[in-house]
Design a protein. Structure first.
Length: 394
């Protein structure tokens, strides 16, 4: 099936594919506007488009349902992280598509999306069987996904405007990140003394480096620079239902980083490496050959969710305040804030995309640290004034 391309602007092309004749006897032409950096690239897209028309897979925009478009959009996002793709599919399949998947894409208005958000706030909609409604954060995630999908429809010139962007985003009250204070940390470290070395190393790395759980479970011995007390963060380990454990690159480019390790943490890691090497020798051929720091008894990479499962049991056993394993990362950040470390350095250590992200997450603790500085200035002022008063008296 022949076709042709037309240049419509900078990096914009219109694909044209003839499709026989319409009821009026005129030649029917299917069209699609795309972005391409060259005519050659546009012609490659033309071949794909032509094949869709020939196989009867092409759906005219006026007939396109939200379900059909969202599927096309998801397939186009080749660079999505596996965990993000799984989360998007789950949101679409569990709630969004049952609500509006049957609707024509161009017929969806802001009113329909507002109704959808109202329905999400009704009781009985939770998938975990618990009573109550979805959290504002969960509803906000649905809103952001809808905005992204409809943005693509506007970008691809299927829609003129984004109906989701005209709906006010659900408000989420910001809560301070869950973390331990100094007394809790002291109790935690004391309780760790009775635990096996593997568990102590796990918590010390999380608490004194701020690494994410997936980054910790992705660590290999080649990532540990014993001579310079450094950790290289090069990969992340995650679990996806239906796929099992996967290894991928860290969350973003800034997550690929090298961070320094306190000497007391490095000393524990050295002890742990010696212990693991002895275990490998004992198992011989039974060892599976993994180079990971945290493995199963026979050397296979440890399950990505193991730290959370173990830590939950650990804090209950020792009657410590409730804290998710991710809370150790937050605790690491607040310890740095309380030491007046510059926000840019904290952001780099945590692997955030930019300091603004760090500031937003830890705004409550930054305000507390700033108040402590103000109190110190107050003390300094009082001390100076006392000296000045004594001089005047003399």
């Amino acid at each position: 099936m022949a076709g042709w391309v037309e240049k419509r602007g900078t990096n914009k092309w219109r694909l044209n594919v003839p499709g026989g004749t319409g009821p009026d006897g005129r030649r029917k032409v299917y069209r699609r506007t795309i972005e391409a950096t060259s005519e050659r690239e546009a012609k490659k897209q033309l071949d794909i488009f032509s094949a869709e028309v020939q196989k009867g897979q092409y759906v005219e925009p006026s007939k396109l349902t939200f379900a059909e478009f969202s599927q096309q959009w998801l397939e186009s996002k080749k660079d999505l992280a596996p965990k993000t793709r799984h989360r998007y599919k789950r949101m679409l399949e569990s709630r969004i598509l049952p609500a509006m998947g049957h609707m024509k894409l161009e017929s969806i208005k802001p009113f329909h999306i507002m109704q959808f958000y109202e329905n999400l706030q009704e009781s009985g909609i939770r998938e975990d069987g618990k009573e109550g409604t979805l959290s504002p954060t969960t509803i906000l995630h649905h809103h952001r996904l809808l905005v992204t999908i409809f943005n693509a429809a506007v970008k691809w010139q299927i829609l003129l405007t984004n109906p989701a962007a005209r709906v006010e985003a659900p408000k989420v009250p910001r809560k301070p990140a869950a973390c331990y204070d100094e007394n809790d940390i002291a109790a935690l470290l004391e309780a760790l003394d009775s635990e096996e070395l593997k568990h102590r190393v796990l918590v010390y790395i999380a608490l004194f480096t701020g690494l994410r759980r997936g980054e910790i479970m992705g660590l290999e011995w080649q990532d540990v620079d014993f001579d310079n007390s450094l950790l290289h963060v090069r990969r992340s380990s995650q679990y996806l239902p239906g796929q099992g454990s996967i290894t991928k690159e860290p969350k973003n480019e800034t997550s690929k980083r090298v961070i320094s390790i306190p000497s007391f943490v490095m000393a524990l890691i050295k002890q742990y490496k010696t212990q693991q090497s002895q275990e490998r020798l004992k198992l011989g051929d039974l060892w599976q050959g993994s180079d990971r720091l945290f493995t199963t008894w026979d050397g296979k990479p440890g399950h990505p969710e193991w730290p959370s499962q173990w830590f939950s049991k650990f804090i209950k056993k020792h009657k410590l305040p409730h804290l998710p394993f991710h809370g150790l990362r937050h605790t690491a950040a607040t310890m740095l804030i309380n030491q007046n470390i510059p926000l840019k350095n904290i952001s780099g250590r945590l692997g955030h995309a930019n300091p603004a992200t760090t500031g937003a997450i830890y705004s409550h603790y930054l305000q507390s640290a700033d108040k402590a500085i103000s109190d110190k200035l107050e003390n300094a002022y009082q001390h100076i004034m006392q000296k000045d008063t004594k001089k005047r008296q003399v």
